[in-house]
Design a protein around this ligand. Structure first.
Ligand code: THU
Length: 156
């Protein structure tokens, strides 16, 4: 039997068109790129989360001379948040990246390993995490991490 998965998401042409909360979170992700340590890739990724209690946390990618020891912005942030407030659900996560000083033209989508940990965060919180992927030309808003990983690991 042939089956089909349809993923719906929203696309906006400017941050001005986003809901106020989403625009604020995306701004936090963009500002987090300032804290990126990326001398090797020169790709500055910032991520920000809004917690269910309204707090916003942000982090950036951190690279290492021993390359595999570096860490993406999303996982740096999520592991910090899990350690800091393990029982507070995450409502939304925004991601943005700069090449040098310029925001990327198109959205930076999280890597597979980060999507898995975002899914862990969603399961821990017991509610969908809204994902906002910002860029110069367009912004994508995805209403659940499941939409980023439809065939997720789920049998453990
Ligand atoms: N990176 C992230 O921070 N998040 C992603 O989802 C993908 C990639 C970082 C890792 C590395 O420091 C740089 O971007 C280039 O891959």
């Amino acid at each position: 039997m042939k089956k089909k998965i349809v993923i719906e998401y929203q696309e906006f042409t400017s941050a001005g068109l986003l809901a106020k909360d989403d625009a604020e979170l995306l701004e936090a992700a963009v500002s987090a790129t300032d804290f990126s340590y990326s001398p090797f890739s020169k790709f500055r990724v910032g991520a920000a989360v809004r917690m269910a209690d309204g707090r916003i946390f942000k982090a950036a990618n951190q690279e290492s001379e021993a390359f595999p020891s570096g860490m993406c912005a999303e996982r740096s942030l999520l592991y910090y948040v899990f350690s800091k407030c393990p029982d507070v659900p995450i409502e939304a996560m925004a991601i943005a990246a700069k090449k040098g000083r310029k925001l990327t033209a198109t959205p930076t989508r999280p890597c597979g390993a980060c999507i898995q940990v975002m899914l862990d965060a969603q399961k821990r919180g017991g509610r969908p995490i809204r994902v906002i992927l910002g860029a110069q030309e367009k912004i994508e808003v995805i209403s659940s991490v499941n939409d980023l990983i439809p065939f997720s690991f789920d049998n453990f």
